[in-house]
Design a protein around this ligand. Structure first.
Ligand code: RP5
Length: 161
């Protein structure tokens, strides 16, 4: 376990890792200290609670929660911290629609910033976490600006057959 992290990526099952690795990879590409854990709102509630407290003590500033189906993980995480919690709905037996609705329909008072279902959501959760961190870290703002320019240049260079 790392002493200091800025972003924690929690997923409800190891089966979510194939998608959530894109969040971890994006954070690492930007040099943002992160750690990934499998913890479940339903199956390991006490361990999740303990992790939320421990990660905050180790400096975690943004939490990402990914789950599928009855996807309560990010909401429960948000209930345990006042730090920003971003949610990534995983594809499911119902194509992720159940995950999305479970995650996005939070009661007023406990927000979860919910991203897209699947890989796009995983990447964007990381980029949004970086944007939040960049508010007080100019070096990350520079990296984000360079990322956007590179992305735009790639699109503008596209050639059709
Ligand atoms: C959720 O149930 C997990 O986040 C995962 O997306 C889904 C299925 O979990 P497994 O049955 O693969 O462990 O809690």
């Amino acid at each position: 376990m790392n002493d200091n992290i800025l972003v924690a990526v929690i997923m409800g099952s190891k089966s979510d890792w194939d998608v959530m690795r894109y969040a971890a990879e994006t954070l690492t590409e930007f040099g943002v200290a992160n750690e990934c854990r499998v913890l479940s709102a339903h199956r390991t509630p006490d361990a999740l609670d303990a992790y939320m407290q421990d990660a905050s003590k180790r400096g975690c500033e943004v939490f990402i929660g990914a789950a599928g189906g009855a996807a309560h993980l990010a909401g429960v995480m948000a209930s345990r911290t006042i730090k920003p919690v971003l949610g990534v709905p995983m594809a499911s037996a119902l194509q992720g629609l159940d995950s999305l609705l479970s995650m996005v329909q939070m009661p007023a008072g406990i927000p979860v910033g919910t991203l897209a279902v699947g890989k796009a959501g995983a990447v964007n959760a990381a980029l949004l976490a970086i944007a939040i961190l960049a508010l007080t870290r100019p070096e990350l703002a520079v990296k984000l600006t360079a990322f956007r320019k590179k992305q735009a240049d790639k699109i503008l260079a596209e050639m059709l057959p």
